[in-house]
Design a protein around this ligand. Structure first.
Ligand code: DER
Length: 230
């Protein structure tokens, strides 16, 4: 499909950029677009042989290791050279909503620790205003589920607890053992301000608002890529 071709083109461009930046430590996000990127890595097995990969999810770590690359625990890494990840929404200020894959806590930590951050998206992720198509994922400690839920309702948000679609009955539980509240603001919002409002509620671990975190966003189209730089 056009979207699949667009993902391929974005992933190819990101791989070219990674090879030119020659990272010693490469951070890898999670999601279907990152999966396309991971599937391309074996084409450059020689060039990537001495790279240490740091992955934000068990699933990405498993797939990168399965292809024979060196995967390190995040806990022993303090800085990452280059980070490649996807996103759910991108606005014209290069701010993002992420967390559709339930991994935004480690994604934000690795992004924060990375010197150069590249995000790869297909063209359907571009929005005029954040929140147009996606809610904002908020990861909370299970113990705080009801306390945070109640506070968000009082603040006027629509809130839903993310449920597993199949294979397990009940709430999604992230790799960092949190549950995910999908939060929809009632009106337009300032992403930086909203992030601070959410983060100061006790029990909130992380939000899917990524403000001023992208150095480069590669947008794939069926016939081209467009590169946005900060
Ligand atoms: O969870 C995330 O932020 C991921 O990057 C993800 O939402 C991007 O999803 P996709 O590449 O499968 O569209």
């Amino acid at each position: 499909s056009d979207v699949d071709i667009a993902k391929q083109k974005a992933a190819e461009e990101a791989l070219k950029r990674v090879l030119s930046l020659k990272p010693r430590i490469l951070g890898v996000g999670t999601g279907s677009t990152v999966d396309v990127f991971i599937d391309m890595l074996p084409r450059f097995e020689k060039e990537l042989r001495n790279v240490t990969f740091v992955c934000v999810s068990l699933y990405s770590a498993y797939r990168v290791a399965q292809k024979g690359f060196n995967v390190s625990q995040l806990s022993v890494v303090s800085e990452v050279d280059v980070y490649v990840d996807g996103a759910d929404e991108i606005d014209s200020n290069m701010n993002m909503i992420k967390g559709g894959g339930g991994a935004s806590t480690l994604e934000k930590i690795v992004a924060y620790a990375s010197r150069y951050k590249i995000f790869i998206v297909d063209y359907t992720k571009l929005v005029k205003r954040l929140g147009e198509k996606h809610s904002i994922p908020v990861e909370v400690l299970p113990e705080a589920l009801n306390v945070v839920y109640k506070k968000l309702k009082e603040l006027g948000f629509e809130v839903s607890i993310r449920m597993v679609k199949s294979g397990k009955y009940g709430f999604v539980v992230s790799d960092t053992r949190g549950v995910i509240l999908d939060v929809k603001p009632s009106t337009d919002f300032d992403p930086k301000e909203l992030e601070l409002i959410l983060k100061r509620i006790p029990g909130v671990v992380e939000t899917g608002l990524f403000v001023d975190m992208a150095d480069e966003i590669i947008v794939g189209y069926p016939d081209r890529v467009e590169v946005l730089r900060r």
